[in-house]
Write a protein that binds this ligand. Sequence first.
Ligand code: NAI
Ligand code: AKG
Length: 431
Amino acid sequence: MTTAHQQHVLPSYLNPDDLGPWGVYLQQIDRVTPHLGSLSRWVETLKRPKRILTVDVPIERDDGTISHYEGYRVQHNMSRGPGKGGVRFHQDVTLSEVMALSAWMTVKNAAVNVPYGGAKGGIRVDPKTLSRGELQRLTRRYTSEISLIIGPNKDIPAPDVNTNEQVMAWMMDSYAMIEGNLSTGVVTGKPISLGGSLGRREATGRGVFVVGREAAAQRGVAIEGARVAIQGFGNVGGVAATMFADAGAKVIAVQDHTGTVVNEGGLDIAQLHKHVAEAGSVTGFPGAEAFLDRDAFWGIESDILIPAALEQQITAENAPRIRTKIILEGANGPTTPEADDILTDKDVLIVPDVLANAGGVTVSYFEWVQDFSSFFWSEDEINARLTHIMQDAFKSVWAVSQEKKVTLRTATFILACTRVLQAREVRGLYP
Ligand SMILES: NC(=O)C1=CN([C@@H]2O[C@H](COP(=O)(O)OP(=O)(O)OC[C@H]3O[C@@H](n4cnc5c(N)ncnc54)[C@H](O)[C@@H]3O)[C@@H](O)[C@H]2O)C=CC1
Ligand SMILES: O=C(O)CCC(=O)C(=O)O
């Protein structure tokens, strides 16, 4: 059930009894509002996306039939700069999900102080059911439909679940055909040969590792020998696994969409990457001592747990079984508000998505800056700048959480929403 207040702010296209991820975001905003002082009179602006575009994406299939898919681009808030956020291709994508993801981008971009608003896009499609040609046609048609509102100074898409450098290259090319110029700055996460940035592919996982090191220091957990469990072994989870293993941690469990592999002595992450590249999933990895079903993953004891797959994975049902000291949210929205409370009561330190996974958009910002200046930095420069920004953001959030005696999630929202609403206020309502 929604509160009277939620009903008042609820857009008519949402079901008040099943708000999905957008409902989670609204609860997070309600928690931060009492901490916003006089800026709270602007908070409604964060409860309504600035712009929502729903598009029909028809493609011709290889067999000559026509299929239609539903696509979205949501621009949540652009008070601090152009919209920025990834594009997701997944069969469970909904408008509520894309709205929430766009709002989390607003908070994330402000938390690491990159000059962007928040946006996100998606298509409700299982890309595994499409051939490469079909995927290209889908991407190009979607880009053409959303070209009304994207652009290097308007809104800049990037990769998210099931989209990658190749998809970004097709998006850039489709936009360039419409505009009649190269327009490298219209998307980030591009191939290096097309104005992409060194270090972008690894950036989100690297950022998870950097804030993980800071959180571990606060909690007195040594990374060397720490027991790490990871859900998701894609761009974010796979890179985080490598970085923790390289730093001497033991990655004892990895789960993907097919199942969980466990080795109490530490999985050989380089070998696991090879296996996944060949077999398509972690299942059947010869270096595992045990294979568990999906749910048993949450009962594995660890020092650091990294959800790096999808939203709403840590719930009121499995949170009581979770035995860990630190959770690093590599995924967006992996923890429900109820689970958040249960884990906080158990003294688990949760580094929230809007801080922990901000490394990706930070290096996307570097890519955009490099594209505009046509001057490219070395990987060492990029990694050093990324580390600096992530460490600074963690320290600022930590200070707010200590001062206000709130969780790191609420502290990140306080810091970020203050920046967004200050910008909103000084711009005025009728810019
Ligand atoms: N790629 C990026 O730069 C960023 C991604 N994120 C977030 O990180 C999360 C993961 O994104 P990527 O790694 O890019 O996606 P990806 O598509 O590269 O990998 C997703 C991984 O999750 C696994 N997975 C999917 N469904 C699952 C399920 N039901 N149970 C267990 N595992 C499952 C897949 O098998 C795969 O290993 C998403 O929430 C995304 O929004 C956040 C910031 C930036
Ligand atoms: O790199 C970007 O612009 C956006 C990444 C993203 O979608 C995210 O942080 O969730």
